[in-house]
Design a protein. Structure first.
Length: 511
């Protein structure tokens, strides 16, 4: 018996030593002194040029190859490098990672990988009876960023051919949920600038939108100097007005930037139109995205046109409004893409409109403003071990100059993603841009160890240039990296520095 006890004791001691050595080895991993020195050199060059820089690098565990997710680990993430990592920085589009995490954490399982019941409903006071809708037909939005003309046309075809709709006695009304009772900043989040509101990346946010609430304007130079340029837009949405004074100039104009050639302005709030003036070279072609000012009315007019085109007799007119009656009959819905599709579009292309709509569609439908959503999101972050002390949230896309992040919180978020249920974690992982492969990283880090390795979110506007995501070292360590730069000397210089850091980590090994 004593011999058996000694044998068991020896076995437990041996196992304890093995576990201790394994744990010690896991805790002992570090960046090499040479790697740390190079990182400090990269930071120093940016700071000497006036930039504010923050960088944190965490070891999340090990993987067999750069495509494996999540990493395997038996211990908490280890901070390998930290430089001003708890300071706050303007997030730019890095905030979209928080929006994606929030959406995945709230999403029901049935919405993840399949098209599902619509966020956009056709509602009347009574069901269709004998082919007639008595009263108004409302198109009520639920923050579906993918709604477009084709989807409305398909829904109208179902109303006509399946449900037999042939007449509507009232008006066609586009309802943008609760926005008519809220302040203007809910259409343009706090911190979006007046300059932003002229361009495609900052359309008004409305529960009912269409074609990302923008049109693409194309200006084409004429045959010879003095000829008026041709100005067109697509898609062909109703009542988008163009006031254009663009002439054809000389061929030398091709050397100038679009900003030097053309001056843009928009009509007053609520009217879908814009002014453009300037000159372009002969046959020169310039395309620019311009936001709509009144998306709910635009959607109502699109619906009216499609109904009439399908042979439905509409007695009233198209307008926007709010349904006052609590008695409602949903007569048709427009299917919504899976969250996988929506998040892929948001992260790969860094789409601000998608980010704002996804943020508002994932929680309580009554909570659509930042003061309402912020506590819920911050509570979620804290429950997942993310330090929120340096964070500030004013929108879902990061376009607001007042939305702030820290490198420390970003790497903690990237670790928290690994703990999501596998299907949700995979959606996040696969939606990230991949270096030299796709999205906003499609042309970066080519012919380096970072190629088809780094998966990260960019974040760029005039005063911010950020990159946060994952990189795998040559010895199989998965690192979470957040490299934030505000007030840098030049976007290209900042991107080159960030690429250099990620490439350095991808090519190296831990010691």
């Amino acid at each position: 018996m004593a011999t058996r006890f000694k044998s068991l004791k020896s076995t437990f001691l041996f196992l304890f030593i093995i576990v201790f050595l394994y744990t010690w080895k896991a805790q002992a991993v570090e960046l090499t002194p040479a790697t740390k020195a190079q990182l400090h050199q990269i930071i120093g060059k940016l700071e000497n040029a006036g930039a504010q820089v923050g960088l944190e690098i965490d070891d999340l565990g090990t993987v067999k190859n750069p495509q494996q997710f999540p990493a395997k680990s038996t211990s908490a993430p280890k901070v390998l490098f930290s430089y001003r990592a708890k300071q706050s920085y303007m997030s730019a589009s890095n905030w979209k990672l928080f929006t994606a995490f929030y959406a995945l954490s709230h999403a029901p399982e049935f919405t993840l990988d399949k098209q599902h019941g619509g966020l956009t409903d056709f509602v009347a006071l009574e069901p269709i009876k004998d082919g007639v809708i008595k009263g108004n037909l409302y198109l009520i939005g639920g923050y579906d960023p993918s709604l477009d003309v084709e989807k409305i046309r398909e829904a109208v075809a179902r109303l006509r051919n399946i449900w037999g709709l042939r007449e509507i006695d009232g008006d066609i009304i586009g309802q943008g949920s609760w926005f008519e009772t809220k302040a203007l900043e809910e259409r343009y989040p706090f911190g979006w600038t007046l300059d932003d509101s002229l361009w495609y990346y900052a359309p008004p946010i409305s529960a009912l939108g269409i074609n990302r609430n923008q049109v693409d304007v194309t200006i084409t130079g004429g045959e010879k100097p003095g000829d008026p340029a041709t100005v067109t837009y697509s898609p062909d949405l109703p009542e988008v007005q163009i006031n254009a004074h663009v002439l054809t100039g000389t061929k030398e104009l091709e050397k100038k930037s679009d900003d030097e050639l053309l001056q843009w302005d928009r009509f007053e709030e609520g009217k879908n139109g814009f002014f453009v003036s300037g000159q372009v070279a002969p046959h020169q072609r310039i395309t620019q995205g311009i936001p709509l000012s009144n998306p709910e009315l635009t959607v109502a007019k699109v619906l009216l046109h499609e109904l009439q085109d399908a042979g439905v007799d509409v007695k009233g007119q198209a307008r926007k409004g709010i349904m006052q009656s609590s008695i409602q009959a949903i007569v048709e819905s427009i299917p919504t893409p899976s969250l996988k599709v929506l998040l892929t579009r948001m992260l790969k292309r860094s789409d601000n409109f998608y980010a704002e709509m996804i943020l508002r569609s994932m929680g309580d439908p009554q909570l659509t403003s930042m003061p309402e959503i912020r506590p819920e999101l911050f509570s979620l972050l804290k429950k997942n071990g993310i330090n929120t002390s340096g964070l500030r949230m004013e929108d879902g896309s990061g376009l607001s100059r007042y939305t702030l992040i820290t490198p420390n919180a970003m790497t903690q978020l990237l670790n928290a993603v690994q703990k999501l249920p596998s299907e949700k974690g995979d959606i996040f992982w696969n939606a990230l841009p991949i270096a030299s492969v796709d999205g906003t990283l499609g042309k970066r880090m080519k012919s380096t160890f970072a190629q088809n390795n780094v998966r990260a979110k960019t974040g760029t506007f005039s005063t911010a240039c950020n990159l946060s995501g994952y990189v795998t070292t040559r010895d199989g360590h998965r690192l979470a990296v957040s490299f934030l730069t505000n007030f840098g000397p030049d976007t290209d210089i900042c991107r080159a520095a960030q690429d250099q850091a990620f490439e350095l980590l991808a090519a190296g090994k831990l010691q």
